[in-house]
Every structure is written in structure tokens, then in C-alpha cells.
Design a protein. Structure first.
Length: 255
């Protein structure tokens, strides 16, 4: 039992010797592993595997045992050990020298890679009896957002048949690219496709571009609005095809 206690103490001492050290302005000291800095919040994993969040404005000094990827407001990334933080200035040891980063140039630490999110689904149903029915529904919703842009793909397909008679067949697709001009304003371009057999519409294609604004962006609520010129082309099954210019007004709301 004694050897086990000694081993545990030695292991804890070794962990502490190879830990990042944060000193707060009130004198408190935190040791652990710096995970990231984003939105003015520093996340640290302590020796007890507990992740705590610290306001960056309350950090008096910081030293890291290993390299940190420091993101600048210019989009550049500097990687190295953080030697010190004083008055918001970050000093990084990299390439055999040191580099000082002013507070207004600091964007964050260890920014996570840009990833795609969303998914798709496909459901089919058939039934026999007095009425033979078949239905198919497919959906796709994918998105990817970075500091400078946002990409969105959406698709929907519906198909239905009753007693060998077609009752529903329509489809919709959207590809959209947003380029962020500022934190709230963005420029966009999109291609929208739509088809509906029962509206005599083989394919409606819309190409649009314009300006959008983020009105609300919170953890659980998003509200955007956008507008711009568009070109619409309708390819009809039986009627004469036609094209026209239009003004597109769109929006997005999530709650």
C-alpha cells in the first residue's frame, strides 16, 4: 500500500511538472492543459480531467509546457510555447526565438478544424391490400462554416403511387455559398432547383446573388435576412418554357 501511495505521489508530481500554468489577476493559480481560447473564454483541462472556463480578461500570466497554435486576427497561425502573457500581450517561443503578439492581433488558441455537419435520410414504404401504395421520401441537409465563409447544401425528394397511379413526385435542391464581409454582413450566391410533375414543372432553376445580414445569432436562436437579383428559368413538361428576372428575398430562422 505504501509503495502505491508513493507511486501515486510521484505520478502526480510528474504531471504537475509538465503542466501549463495560469495565474489569475486575483492571485489564484490554475495548472493543467490549455485546450483553446475562443470568444474571450480560455478552456483548461485540470489534473482531475475537469474542464474549466476562464475569462481571458482575468488572466494575469500564462505559460505552456507544449506548443499552442495561436490564431491571429489576420488569419495567420503561429505555433510555439507560450512563454508569458502580460497586459494581454502573448509572447511565443518558436523557431529558436520569441514573438510578441499584441492584444488586438490575438484571435484565439487551438482553433478546431472546419468540419461538415448535418446528414440525410431515406425512407420507403409499401403496403398491399385493398389499396396498394408506395411512397419514398429522401432528405439531405449539409453545412460547413468557417470564420470567412459558409456553405450549405439541401435536397428533398418525394414520390408516391397508389394503385399504379402516380400521386406525388417532386424534388428540391439548393447549393449556397456565403462570404462573410463582416461579423454581421455577408455576400451570397446560390443555385436552386425545383421540379413538380403535378405542376407541369420539369425543372425550375434559379440563380441568385446578393447581400445578407445576420440579425440575431445566439446559442439557440438564429435570424438572417437577405436579398438580391435572380434569374429564373422554367422548363415545363407540356407548356412553353420561359425565363425572367426576379428579386429574391429570403431568410432563415432557428429557435
Amino acid at each position: 500500500m505504501r509503495s502505491l501511495v508513493v507511486f501515486s505521489v510521484l505520478a502526480f508530481g510528474a504531471l504537475a511538472a509538465h503542466a501549463d500554468e495560469i495565474v489569475l489577476k486575483n492571485g489564484d493559480k490554475v495548472t493543467g492543459k490549455v485546450l483553446d481560447l475562443a470568444g474571450g473564454k480560455l478552456r483548461v483541462e485540470t489534473a482531475h480531467s475537469c474542464v474549466i472556463t476562464i475569462d481571458w480578461s482575468q488572466v494575469a500570466s500564462l505559460k505552456t509546457d507544449g506548443p499552442i497554435k495561436v490564431k491571429l486576427t489576420t488569419g495567420e497561425t503561429v505555433e510555439g510555447k507560450i512563454a508569458s502573457v502580460k497586459d494581454g500581450k502573448v509572447v511565443i517561443e518558436a523557431g529558436g526565438g520569441t514573438q510578441e503578439i499584441a492584444p488586438d492581433r490575438l484571435k484565439g488558441f487551438n482553433e478546431p478544424p472546419v468540419t461538415w455537419h448535418g446528414g440525410g435520410a431515406l425512407a420507403a414504404r409499401t403496403s398491399d391490400g385493398n389499396t396498394h401504395t408506395t411512397s419514398v421520401l429522401g432528405t439531405l441537409d449539409l453545412g460547413r462554416e468557417s470564420e470567412i465563409d459558409r456553405i450549405t447544401f439541401k435536397a428533398l425528394f418525394r414520390y408516391g403511387k397508389t394503385k399504379d397511379v402516380l400521386t406525388e413526385r417532386n424534388s428540391y435542391g439548393l447549393g449556397k455559398y456565403d462570404y462573410k464581409l463582416s461579423e454581421r454582413i455577408y455576400a451570397f450566391g446560390l443555385l436552386e432547383l425545383m421540379g413538380d410533375r403535378f405542376k407541369d414543372l420539369r425543372l425550375r432553376s434559379t440563380i441568385a446573388a446578393g447581400i445578407g445580414a445576420v440579425i440575431i445569432k445566439e446559442e439557440r436562436t438564429d435570424l438572417w435576412g437577405e436579398t438580391g437579383p435572380a434569374h429564373v428559368h422554367n422548363d415545363f413538361v407540356d407548356g412553353e418554357n420561359e425565363s425572367h428576372a426576379a428579386l429574391r428575398i429570403g431568410g432563415h430562422f432557428r429557435q
